[in-house]
Design a protein around this ligand. Structure first.
Ligand SMILES: Nc1nc2c(c(=O)[nH]1)N[C@H]1C(S)=C(S)[C@@H](COP(=O)(O)OP(=O)(O)OC[C@H]3O[C@@H](n4cnc5c(=O)[nH]c(N)nc54)[C@H](O)[C@@H]3O)O[C@H]1N2
Ligand SMILES: Nc1nc2c(c(=O)[nH]1)N[C@H]1C(S)=C(S)[C@@H](COP(=O)(O)OP(=O)(O)OC[C@H]3O[C@@H](n4cnc5c(=O)[nH]c(N)nc54)[C@H](O)[C@@H]3O)O[C@H]1N2
Ligand code: SF4
Ligand SMILES: [Mo]
Length: 709
């Protein structure tokens, strides 16, 4: 007899703009999830999942799941542990934290370290933040991914570049700018294809022939880190030809005249060609097609900009500059036109309720997470970092300047707690290793950075072993520390309901986006926020900047001692401006994630690791030949920071002078125990203090083994 399966609605928790709806089927007799698929009733993600999460039960029921608290018995990094109880684990953590807090170094010697291993509001940031604020620990500036672009957008728009992603079917010229949309945002790629069926052109600006570039109508292989120059060149042509929307500029923008003078004076197509490595004719064509999309293709232009172009020294300014473009063309007026970076700011979640910033002691220092290497080596102002609590993150694999991160994690005087689903590279360095639940085993609520739905994740199965959700671990730790029960003895559902009573968010009208949406509503399925269909937020200005207008000229930037106008800031490691460095390390290396991994998640799941194959480096024949490198050969990639091994793929997926390796491998699955982040730097972006993973000069050489004769 066939048993009736129980159906549970969930949400994919991974750091991905799509935030897919899930339907999990559970066998009530065994309590086991037997099927997981996309929620066909989700209006944006429409029932399909990426290949990684389509096989999610492989990850949830993986034999390597951490099941019990453990204490380290081997050397740091060796990964040998013994089982202990939760009571032992929390007592030991609280004792160590109390001792450090009472020492002359004080509680700021304790560093919480987390990112977006899960995007759920509760597990991403709620009782954890309250706990560390209450403790007086150092604050963490979470810059590793999106802060440069956020800061860049804020200068020009006062919020993120956003439109209703579903409205993008109305765009007729779609530019994937530093965005591997087909891989990193597959459901939006579907929308782009739908628009293409209706007549849209798809263009991709990327130094790498990514899957997106390969499937686009036109690929513009720009030199890494030079995107602001291209945007300024496009503006030059728009003003030169009189193609600007003067009415939009006059009504809704400040600084149109100053910007015009700057670009006409300094960014001629030939100057821009020299900086970007693109042909003048291509720059002219791009400006014409982009600027005249209505006339040529019958609809507005849309820039889908993403994170690739931000991970360079000038990444903040590049985003600031690119998001000026839709004001010049007036594309913001039209549904589906404008620019899209992230819809996250449309959600009015009450983050202050969840995280309680009022508990932060005045004068508490902030550590930029990108500079973990410096933090662990005592090179930042303030007391040394003597304890670190890691969750939702795998810094041993994903942080720049990896050799120094690992030598820091190896410090005997550092007390490290890692709360994880798996024994990651970071977990190997833990003193106390705690088991975490996966999304199928806990409750959470979700916004999205790629659509406008609000969703709840209902737990489908019981946690394996003694795994616990982040919130529960901080309840236990707060109890151990004797912290106020009224701050911590709050159920996840209560926290979720409170988070939904926020009044912020860039809404229409402000703060009303969650009106009449209850927790019960979203438990039953995805609910679209109260925003008009085909929402075009800046159609009539309404920019939440100090002037209320789109700030092409920024007084705030001027006051901060920076250029008040958009400009081009070259990469830190740029062959054009750093010829002495380029003489030693001539190749600009880009290292985005492989399609079958999600950052470093899924690397330990065999089917995904097999799909990714091996660590490769793509190199142009004109760079390979003089180095004696042939296709398929073992090579090393190196600079002064470090080196890693790879297999060369010789071809024209990159231009001469650029190499690409896909990540983010766990070190233990690489040939020398080191991934590409051994070569990346902790230098920061010009705005937002962001990471500069793709701003990295290297050399590549044939790998010669010592045993070779
Ligand atoms: N499958 C999969 N999906 C993911 C992720 C994943 O790991 N795997 N990660 C998720 C996360 S955390 C994020 S932040 C997003 C990232 O989403 P994307 O920003 O789309 O991802 P990336 O592949 O990092 O970068 C996009 C492209 O930018 C290009 N690029 C690099 N430098 C430059 C430059 O100077 N100029 C221009 N124009 N392009 C440049 C790269 O070659 C790359 O093809 O994806 C999310 N989605
Ligand atoms: N070379 C290079 N480096 C990069 C990038 C790149 O493109 N190239 N991209 C950067 C970017 S964009 C990002 S966003 C970062 C991402 O870096 P990370 O934030 O480290 O992301 P993941 O590698 O996915 O690791 C997340 C970890 O959180 C764990 N986890 C998941 N859910 C939970 C939970 O509920 N509780 C707990 N306690 N743990 C959980 C997962 O098991 C996983 O090991 O990497 C950055 N590093
Ligand atoms: S990783 Fe992204 S595309 Fe894949 S299931 Fe999750 S939200 Fe959807
Ligand atoms: Mo990211």
């Amino acid at each position: 007899m066939k048993r009736e399966l129980q159906t549970v609605r969930g949400v994919c928790p991974h750091d991905c703009p799509d935030t897919c709806g899930l339907v999990v089927r559970v066998d009530p007799a065994t309590g086991r999830a037997v099927d997981l698929r996309g929620d066909p009733d989700h209006p944006f993600t429409r029932g399909f999942l990426c290949q990684k999460v389509a096989n999610y039960l492989d990850r949830v029921y993986h034999p390597d799941r951490l099941l019990y608290p453990q204490r380290r018995i081997g050397r740091k990094g060796e990964g040998r542990f013994e089982r202990i109880t939760w009571a032992d684990a929390t007592r030991e953590i609280a004792t160590r934290f109390r001792r450090i807090a009472a020492s002359p170094d004080g509680p700021q010697a304790i560093l919480p370290y987390s990112y977006a291993g899960t995007m759920g509001k509760l597990m991403y940031g709620s009782l954890d933040r309250r706990f560390f604020h209450r403790l007086g620990a150092s604050l963490l500036d979470r810059t590793i991914c999106a802060s440069a672009g956020s800061a860049g957008c804020d200068v020009t728009l006062g919020t993120r570049a956003m439109i209703d992603p579903e409205a993008a079917i109305h765009a007729r010229y779609i530019v994937n700018w530093g965005s591997n949309t087909a891989v990193t945002n597959t459901h939006f790629w579907k929308v782009e294809f739908e628009a293409r069926k209706r007549g849209a052109r798809i263009v991709t600006i990327d130094p790498y022939k990514s899957s997106t570039a390969a499937k686009s109508d036109w690929w513009l292989p720009i030199r890494p880190g030079s995107d602001a120059a291209l945007a300024l060149g496009v503006m030059h042509i728009l003003f030169r030809e009189g193609w600007q929307d003067q009415d939009y500029l006059d009504r809704y923008c400040v600084g149109g005249g100053q910007l015009r003078d700057r670009v006409l004076g300094e960014f001629s197509p030939s100057t821009v060609a020299r900086i970007t490595g693109l042909e003048v004719a291509d720059i002219e064509r791009f400006a014409r097609e982009y600027g005249r999309s209505q006339a040529l293709f019958g609809g507005p232009a849309l820039i889908r900009l993403n994170y690739g172009l931000q991970r360079h020294g000038g990444g903040g300014t590049a985003v600031r500059t690119i998001v000026c473009l839709p004001a010049l063309t007036g594309d913001w007026r039209h549904s589906g036109g404008g620019a899209l970076l992230s819809t996250s700011k449309a959600y009015p979640f009450d983050d202050a309720y969840l995280t309680r910033p009022d508990l932060i002691r005045p004068g508490t220092r902030t550590i930029n997470m990108t500079q973990l290497a410096e933090a662990l080596h005592g090179e930042l102002p303030g007391p040394p970092v003597r304890a670190m609590y890691v969750y939702n993150c795998n810094p041993a694999a994903v942080c720049p300047d990896q050799s120094r991160v690992l030598s820091g994690l190896r410090r005997d005087d550092l007390f490290t707690v890692v709360h994880e689903q798996f024994q990651t590279d970071t977990a190997d360095y833990a003193d106390i290793l705690l088991p975490a639940t996966t999304q199928l085993e806990h409750f959470d609520i979700h916004g999205s950075y790629g659509h406008l739905y609000v969703q709840a994740n209902n737990p489908a199965i019981a946690p394996p072993g003694e795994a616990k959700p982040n919130t529960e671990v901080f309840r236990l730790l707060a109890r151990e520390m004797g912290f106020e029960p009224e701050l911590f003895e709050i159920s996840d559902e209560t926290l979720a309901a409170g988070a939904m009573r926020g009044t912020g968010g860039y809404g229409y009208p402000q703060g009303a986006a969650f009106d009449d949406i209850s927790l019960d509503d979203i438990k039953a399925g995805p609910v679209r926020m109260n925003l008009p269909k085909n929402w075009a937020p800046f159609a009539e200005g309404n920019f939440p900047t100090p002037s209320g207008k789109c700030e092409l000229y920024s007084e705030r930037e001027g006051r901060a001692g920076r250029d008040p106008l958009p400009h081009y800031a070259p990469p830190h490691e740029d062959p054009q401006t750093r010829p002495e460095l380029a003489a030693k390390y001539p190749l600009q290396m880009i290292c985005p994630p492989a399609p079958s991994f999600l950052n470093s998640s899924f690397v330990n799941v065999d089917v995904h690791r097999k799909k990714a194959g091996q660590v490769t480096v793509e190199i142009h024949p004109l760079d390979a030949t003089p180095r004696g490198i042939t296709d398929g050969q073992a090579v090393i990639v190196f600079n002064d920071r470090g080196r890693f091994r790879a297999t060369a793929l010789v071809g024209e997926t990159v231009k001469p002078g650029v190499v690409v390796t896909l990540g983010i491998w766990w070190n233990r699955y690489t040939a020398d125990g080191a991934n590409c982040n051994t070569t990346t730097s902790t230098a920061l972006t010009d705005l937002g203090g962001g990471a500069t993973f793709f701003d990295n000069l290297v050399e590549v050489a044939v790998y010669e083994t010592a045993s070779e004769t």
